[in-house]
Design a protein around this ligand. Structure first.
Ligand SMILES: [Zn+2]
Ligand SMILES: [Zn+2]
Length: 151
């Protein structure tokens, strides 16, 4: 079995900060994504309960809703735009038992008409620069949090 890595580009603010939510305590925080990517950090630590898990496990509820909406939108687009072409060819070909491969470019998807919820966090966060490793992150305004990166 070969497993294919699936890369989802996380939405981020212009300043590179993106929301994360702890799968254990559901605490929300933000991290500076370009630093995470540059340094190839694979794990994050929850600033609140110190739970450590893979970066992509810290998906926020907002982001989940956002991706679901985009997924729906793409499905609709595919259904209306390419059904006839792709499917008539694919069906001609079906005795091969082949799978239908779709390639979707999210950059070119027109979201007109579909409501895409905001992926932004619904909580106020306060930015912190880690004194140890200079990592930029943000924690909920009235909570203390440890650096999600350094140990
Ligand atoms: Zn936590
Ligand atoms: Zn740090």
């Amino acid at each position: 079995m070969v497993s294919k890595p699936v890369t989802i580009a996380l939405p981020r603010s212009e300043d590179g900060m993106t929301g994360r939510q702890c799968p254990r305590c559901e605490g929300k925080f933000r991290v500076h994504l370009p630093t995470v990517e540059d340094k190839c950090y694979l794990n994050l630590r929850c600033p609140y309960c110190k739970f450590i898990d893979r970066l992509d496990r810290f998906l926020t509820g907002e982001q989940r809703a956002y991706w679901e909406a985009i997924g729906r939108d793409e499905t609709l687009q595919l259904a209306s735009d390419v059904t006839e072409e792709v499917f008539s060819e694919a069906f001609d070909d079906l005795d091969g038992g082949g799978l239908i491969d779709f390639e979707v470019e999210t950059g070119s998807v027109d979201f007109g008409g579909t409501h895409i919820p905001s992926w932004q966090l619904d909580v106020m966060t306060e930015e912190v620069i880690c004194g140890e490793c200079s990592f930029r992150f943000a924690v909920e305004a009235d909570r203390d949090g440890v650096c999600p990166i350094c140990r």
